[in-house]
Design a protein around this ligand. Sequence first.
Ligand code: PLP
Length: 369
Amino acid sequence: MGEIFVTRSSMPPLEEYIDEIRELWESHWLTNMGAKHKELEKQLRQYLEVEGVSLFSNGHMALEMVIQAMGLSGEVITTPFTFASTTHAIVRNGLTPVFCDINPENFTMDVSKMEALITEKTSAIVPVHVYGQVCQVEEIEEIAKHHDLKVIYDAAHAFGVTYKNRGIGSFGDASMFSFHATKVYNSIEGGCVCFQDQELGLDLYRLKNFGIRNEEVVDSVGANAKMNEFQAAMGICNLRHVEEEIEKRKRIVSCYRECLKDTRGIRFMKEQENVKSNYAYFPILIEGSEFGISRDCVYDLLKEKGIYTRKYFYPLTNSFACYKDQYDVKETPVALDVSKKVLTLPLYADLALEDVYRICDNIKALGGK
Ligand SMILES: *Cc1c(COP(=O)(O)O)cnc(C)c1O
């Protein structure tokens, strides 16, 4: 039996990509906001239904630079149940992350625990639409308004998601999307910031290009985080196919739900109301005492069968070795509990349904002993 990996990058037909990059051999314009870059920004503004889009070399730099552009200070309220990037982007800006627990239904920040964490040093909230699940955006907006805080969403998982028929990137002061090879939509590596305020857009444009204002004036301490033309061309091609890919993912997720729904000790997220999902991930929670064996055993035994899953997100970012003794995971008990039980199953547009059945059969065979 073949191996099944947790993800597989989406790629357009080769001819389509070649057609898209052909012009680059004429223009010799390979990076620095060229024609492909401009075209992709325009298309993404439309697709994501947002005011402004600024492209970046990757999602992490997009997040780092939008935090820098906001000129924040002190403390930032965020979640530990995320990829390393979210917490690192805060810390690398010289800010202190303050970790808020998550809710057990969809693993986004628990808004009922947020206000207790706000101090006079708090300057922003950085929530994550984890697994493409929509945060409680209305409640977050209200809290932010009341305490005069900025809201920057890590929407790395949420490409193509809408809430109440509104592009998810239009909530908060800004949102970051990742176009990494493993995400629902990719530009090989890449990412963007969506913003409402055009001034912020200009700041981002300069920051990703060394803080250069014009040929003779460099007035901010920027970095190099520009998306190049080959990435943008890949982004343009993949955007043509993304809706179709999301449809395929939807079928796979329905199949997983159907197959696993009556398995004792296995739980998964409910579908959210008013949300058009992108089916980015399919995480399950394994209650070891009910299922029969622990998440870690399931992970190992599936691996032996050639089925590669991921303990995504484990460990929590507030327990990373690089943050040793700085934070206390006991302050986010729900996140800690979920991180010990969660397992994300293989999911990509071209995953065959027979492979989904094979994965589910293997999981069910491990339980109930
Ligand atoms: C992928 C990811 C990022 C970083 O994006 P890159 O494009 O890989 O730099 C940030 N946050 C989350 C939650 C992610 O999953």
